[in-house]
Design a protein. Sequence first.
Length: 331
Amino acid sequence: MGNFLAGRVVAVTGAGRGIGRAVALACAAEGAKVVVNDHGVSIDGSSPTSAVADRVVKEIEAAGGTAVAVADDIATMAGGARVVDVALAEYGRLDGVVCVAGILRERMLFNMSEDEWDPVLATHLKGTFTVFRAASAVMRAQRSGTLIGFTSGSHQGSVSQANYSAAKGGVISLVRSAALGLHKYGVTANAVAPVARTRMSANVPMELKEIGDPEDVAALVVYLLSERARAERITGQVYTIAGPKIAVWAQPRELRAAYGEGPWTPDRIADFLPGTVGTDPMPLLERLDAPPGGDTARADTASVSDLPRGAAPAATGPADTGRRPGARPPA
Ligand SMILES: NC(=O)c1ccc[n+]([C@@H]2O[C@H](COP(=O)([O-])OP(=O)(O)OC[C@H]3O[C@@H](n4cnc5c(N)ncnc54)[C@H](O)[C@@H]3O)[C@@H](O)[C@H]2O)c1
């Protein structure tokens, strides 16, 4: 057992399978007491069972660690609060929360139903809020703590998972808001956009070079939860980990600005905008238009689980997000 998280208490949602399970096991192996939350659902969020969380608690205990199971649905305020309450009741404190729980309901936007939109947003985005909300109140009072959200490369957009993409974009904004709002209380917040072999990524019918195992992702999470990361003042960041690759995503900022004179009209904007601020080419859109047979084996920062079936896989990393040939220079 290591000691990266000795004496710490960490709660992990979606900890019964895949990446969340690896995070829970790694936290326990590094000395943390762990709240293992998992609603035990199928990939689309149906058929819950408490057996999934219980199994991981047994694994941790068998390895000499300490853990407690919470099978609640973190898409509810009560479920998020219970994850935090159990940490306090069982272990007396809470140093980190890691919101990994996720589901998929894939559908083209023009066919997507409310029943496909709402549960995906509720699990990923609200399910991060419910736990962050309860945990941040505790961490604010104790003047320390770390919040970690799980996003995906598909926050850039997705052909057939608009619900998932919107939720994952929301997680990034929520994490950045938490980083800003809790900075003065010594609480950090970061997001992870993983690419790892799990039941989710197994759905993608393609060979991916840049994919790792859940244990790779768990190592990054343990680091982000540790004093080593806090000493580096890491907060408000989005990291991808995909096999051997670790990448940091750019902070959003205005790319180009131009100033006109007088009041704007649609006509004046039509004359002014194309030759000044222009556009910023969308990497995923360019890839859709690319001829077949290109770099189809790389997932890069786009999550494998987010790649639409039958669509060209993502091949653009953060280094590609700068200005492209043909983009207009600043005015
Ligand atoms: N695997 C990848 O390559 C990949 C890529 C990008 C993003 N992600 C994200 O990483 C996270 C983990 O993905 P994974 O591949 O390990 O998935 P997974 O399906 O293996 O595990 C997800 C777990 O979340 C649990 N869960 C779902 N809804 C829940 C709820 N309401 N309350 C509590 N638990 C719930 C499930 O029961 C399941 O055990 C997800 O947020 C996913 O979107 C994964």
